[in-house]
Design a protein around this ligand. Structure first.
Ligand code: UGA
Length: 434
């Protein structure tokens, strides 16, 4: 099939690569000329595990191309996927739909033959109706359907998730559009669950899922606070809870609060959307407020540890909003660093992939170390903020030799508490009386 993808970000690009790998002819379009030039020159514009190999393979095979021309991508396409950003409005926190609407208006000019316009971006319930109206206004004669095709890929695991989805949700009010989707997703037939639902239900499923996962994280973080006081161990408690299949063992890692470009944005948008319908989502509103507070509380824990020597160097490991990505948007690490910077001008940072993106946000306020050990050199305290696998196996003996004082605050519970303490560190982590 011929597919056009509008937007080459963390959703559009991996989806485009995945659909090309399934044998489709995919053309990705983006307004940002530099991005398209880089992609056409064979350079990826973001980091995703496993993306590069499939990207190169499919470009070489002629199944994957990139353009700034909407006409080139959309003319003759069977399916047009909308994967542009829906950032939060700075004041209202509602999803800002200007990019979606602009893309709909533009693509409408080039529809020829029956086309399915599928929204991959996370959009408020009812946006499909709006898109339909916009397209019809621009091209009254066009033969098209607008469907909701929510995306559940996780950053850092996007390629894995593309090929192993838990489910594929199609929100369509037309059986003709469903037939096209059955054809597109035929390789997943019998391998994953398909949900054929109303367009508005599909739009709601995406928000309800992200908000629930955010709430699950908030819940385990509250339990961690409780365990610290009650002398229980959150890792053991999470394991005990997670073995109940009704609860599930995923998303029970206590930490410094959730971040990223999705959960903070989508929980806010969900709460605002519900208020418009006169419904208060109290659990979600509490989750949002408490998650914001948590990051400040985490910074306070670190500051309390260095109050006797505020000039002492702080070594920070991890800047991305989670392991496996270079993305620092709404990263808890960034919020915590901003708090730490109010108390210290002696901070060295290291992240395996996110240094460049972090530098755009932090500028010259911190020292950028080339590795863990340079960051720890002469440091008073070591703080772990992102769950990168390489932080699990630190050479504690070497780090002890490099540091001036021997304090570790592990906000991702990456290290083995007993081993770290045995190595002579003052160690604190989340959810246990360490
Ligand atoms: C999230 C959803 O998991 C995807 O299903 C969805 O497609 C995506 O948003 C989206 O809407 O596009 P993502 O933002 O990539 O994916 O990140 P997650 O892996 O969900 O992690 C989000 C945040 O929660 C991170 O800061 C992470 O460190 C934190 N987290 C996650 C925890 O603190 N504890 C956990 O147990 C799990």
């Amino acid at each position: 099939m011929k597919i056009a993808i509008i937007g080459t970000g963390y959703v559009g690009l991996p989806t485009g690569v995945g659909l090309a790998e399934l044998g489709n002819e995919v053309c990705c379009v983006d307004k940002i000329k530099e991005k398209i030039s880089a992609l056409n020159a064979g350079e990826l514009t973001l980091y995703e595990d496993g993306l590069e190999e499939l990207f190169k393979k499919n470009v070489k095979a002629g199944r994957l191309s990139f353009t700034t021309s909407m006409a080139k991508a959309v003319i003759g396409a069977d399916v047009v996927l909308l994967a542009v950003g829906t950032p939060p409005h700075p004041e209202t926190k509602e999803a800002d739909l200007q990019y979606i609407y602009a893309a709909a208006k533009e693509l409408a000019q080039y529809l020829d033959g029956y086309t399915v316009i599928a929204t991959k971006s996370t959009v408020p319930v009812g946006t499909g109706d709006e898109i339909e109206e916009i397209v019809r206004k621009v091209s009254p004669q066009a033969d098209f359907d607008v469907i909701s095709l929510p995306e559940f890929l996780r950053e850092g695991f996007a390629i894995h998730d593309f090929f192993h989805p838990d489910r594929i949700v199609v929100g369509a009010n037309s059986s003709k559009a469903c037939e096209v989707m059955k054809q597109l997703y035929a390789p997943f037939e019998g391998k994953t669950e398909f949900l054929w639902v109303k367009r508005r239900s599909s739009e709601a499923i995406k928000y309800a899922s992200n908000a629930f996962l955010a709430m699950k994280i908030h819940y385990i973080n509250e339990m961690a606070n409780f365990c610290e006081k009650a002398g229980a161990d959150i890792n053991e408690v999470a394991k005990g809870m997670g073995t109940d299949s009704r609860i599930g063992n995923k998303f029970l890692n206590a930490g410094p609060g959730y971040g990223g470009s999705c959960f903070p944005k989508d929980t806010n948008a969900m709460a605002q959307m519900a208020r418009k319908y006169g419904v208060r989502l109290n659990l979600i509103e509490t989750t949002i407020a408490k998650n914001d507070e948590r990051k400040a509380e985490m910074a306070e824990r670190v500051i309390a540890k260095i109050k006797n020597n505020p000039q002492g160097k702080i070594a920070v490991l991890g800047l991305a909003f989670k392991g496996g990505t270079d993305d620092c948007r709404e990263s808890p690490a960034m919020d915590i660093l901003k708090e730490l910077l109010k108390h210290s001008n002696n901070i060295a940072v290291y992240d395996p992939k996110a240094m460049q993106n972090a530098e755009k946000l932090l500028g010259n306020q911190v020292m950028y170390a080339k590795d863990v050990y340079e960051a720890c050199d002469e440091a008073e305290i070591l703080v772990i903020l992102t769950e990168w696998e390489e932080f699990r196996n630190l050479d504690l003996h070497r780090i002890r030799g490099l540091m001036k004082a021997h304090k570790i605050v592990d906000l991702r519970n990456m290290l083995n508490a007993d081993a770290v303490k045995k190595s002579g560190f003052d160690y604190s982590c989340i959810g246990m009386n360490s």
